[in-house]
Design a protein around this ligand. Structure first.
Ligand code: NDP
Length: 448
């Protein structure tokens, strides 16, 4: 059952037909279209110029073969993707994901979300996303390097500082960006630093980029708390995942005085009632590339629950920072039972539509990933600015800009929600504000 404006039903049906079986993409599109009721009423020109239908169709979709040789000498074949979703506001911008679950539907949902998220940052960047069904787990450094080199040997012809600028996502961090950038530089014989973001600090990277998505998530949620006269100090916080976004969300929440009691990975979660020891998590995840269960081996105060749901842990603030659809209606009900008051999405689309409904009905303040986690890509745009001007800024300056951008996005969401008659609704605010920015640019650029 959907709640679409009658003028949008045909558009949604076209999306379903054109993208058969791509359920994550359908889900992401429906969420945005459902937010546009009041927009269609107030601004019929978007429907008349078929802007909404056009915005749902990627400008270009690239699929390619990625052959590589593993450590045993066996030839492996993966599939690579890059979806150029929308370039009305700037070059395509969005991460690369390496995970066995990757297929076109996931890349498209991410690219679609990215388009509105990037608009919300106020920076001149369009939306795109890419990746591969390659599984980095258990692979040696040499295998990761050979895979990245093969991936870039095809991708390089499609990207560029003014065309498309990839970055990291699940399974793609500093190590992978290094191998990708090295191969790009070798093939093109040019030091085009602005072609990728998330680079290392000695070769064109930006201070605070590694921390930006997690820090930005907590900056956004701090604004949500402030708006209700509350703060992070003394709050119980649960953060799912233990990757890049989760680690730096934990770091900033702890800095603001919260007690983070649980983190997870795809095998289970750990609870440490006295507060998660983040140095230990970093050692296990960033250095050893190990499993979160090792935390409970090293810390007797903690317990590891294999396969369970982290949302069973009572908390005031929940930050889903792992992956899409990780917080279902059941998980949301458990959170509500545990007393949750705020949910801010560090991951992309981690809460299912039913989960969102449960949170809304319980009066939980809930904000979606495309607003909350936009600090990552915003800081990537700051990295591009530094590359373009051959400059490098201090950590504090970059972090202050990030903080300001997150406050701006938060306020824009609330003001837009108010303006369109849905006060306090961060989903409506984020979707409408992002949409209008892109739609107005598309109108101005004509039918292209
Ligand atoms: P990482 O690869 O660094 O970490 C991902 C974490 O999520 C790991 O703990 C991983 O566990 C867990 N995870 C991944 N897939 C699953 C799954 N299917 N089920 C359960 N747990 C899972 O990725 P990031 O931290 O970069 O990304 C996390 C989320 O944030 C994603 O939704 C991403 O799209 C989003 N995001 C990332 C940005 C960035 O700058 N990196 C920017 C904006 C959004 P395990 O190790 O067991 O796989």
């Amino acid at each position: 059952m959907h709640h679409l404006h009658p003028a949008l039903i045909g558009t949604y049906e076209t999306v379903l037909r054109r993208n058969a079986g791509e359920v994550e993409f359908h889900q992401a599109v429906l969420e945005v279209l459902e937010s546009l009721h009041a927009v269609v009423e107030k601004r019929p020109e978007y429907v008349e110029a078929s802007i909404i239908e056009r915005i749902c169709e990627p400008e270009r979709q690239i699929i390619f073969r990625v052959p590589w040789v593993d450590d045993q000498g066996v030839v492996q074949i993966n599939r690579g993707f890059r979806v150029n979703f929308n370039s009305a506001l700037g070059p395509y911008k969005g991460g690369l994901r390496f995970h066995p679950s990757v297929y076109l539907g996931i890349i498209k949902f991410l690219g679609f979300e990215q388009t509105f998220k990037n608009a919300l940052t106020g920076m001149p960047i369009g939306g795109g996303k890419g990746g591969s069904d390659f599984d980095p787990k258990g692979r040696s450094d040499a295998e990761i390097m050979r895979f990245c080199q093969s991936f870039m040997t095809e991708l390089y012809r499609h990207i560029g500082e003014y065309t498309d600028v990839p970055a990291g996502d699940i399974g793609v961090g500093g190590r992978e960006i290094g191998y990708l950038f090295g191969q790009y530089k070798r093939i093109t014989n040019a030091y085009e630093a602005g072609v990728l973001t998330g680079k290392g600090l000695t070769w064109g990277g930006s201070q605070a980029r590694k921390e930006a998505t997690g820090y930005g998530t907590v900056y956004f949620v701090k604004e949500m708390l402030d708006a209700h006269g509350e703060g992070f100090d003394g709050r119980r916080v649960v953060v799912s995942g233990s990757g890049n976004v989760a680690i730096y969300a934990v770091e900033k929440a702890q800095e603001f005085g919260a007690t983070v009691v649980a983190v997870s990975d795809s095998n289970g979660y750990v609870v440490d009632e006295g507060g998660i020891d983040l140095d230990l998590v970093k050692q296990i995840k960033e250095v050893q590339r190990g499993r979160i269960s090792e935390y409970a081996v090293a810390r007797t105060s903690a317990r590891h629950i294999a396969g369970g749901s982290i949302w069973d842990v009572p908390c005031d603030v929940a930050l889903p920072c792992a992956t899409e659809n990780e917080l279902s209606a059941e998980g949301a009900a458990a959170l509500v039972k545990g007393g949750v008051k705020y949910v801010g999405e560090g991951a992309n689309m981690p809460t299912t539509p039913d989960g969102i409904r449960v949170l809304h009905e319980a009066g939980v303040h809930y904000a979606p990933g495309k607003a909350v986690n936009a600090g990552g890509v915003a800081t990537s745009a700051l990295e591009m600015q530094q590359n373009a001007s051959r400059d490098s800024w201090s950590f504090d300056y970059t972090d202050q800009r990030l903080h300001k951008i997150m406050k701006g996005i938060h306020d824009n969401c609330l003001e837009t929600a108010d303006e369109f008659g849905q006060p306090g609704d961060y989903v409506a605010g984020a979707n409408i504000a992002g949409f209008i920015q892109v739609a107005d640019a598309m109108l101005a650029l004509g039918v292209i």
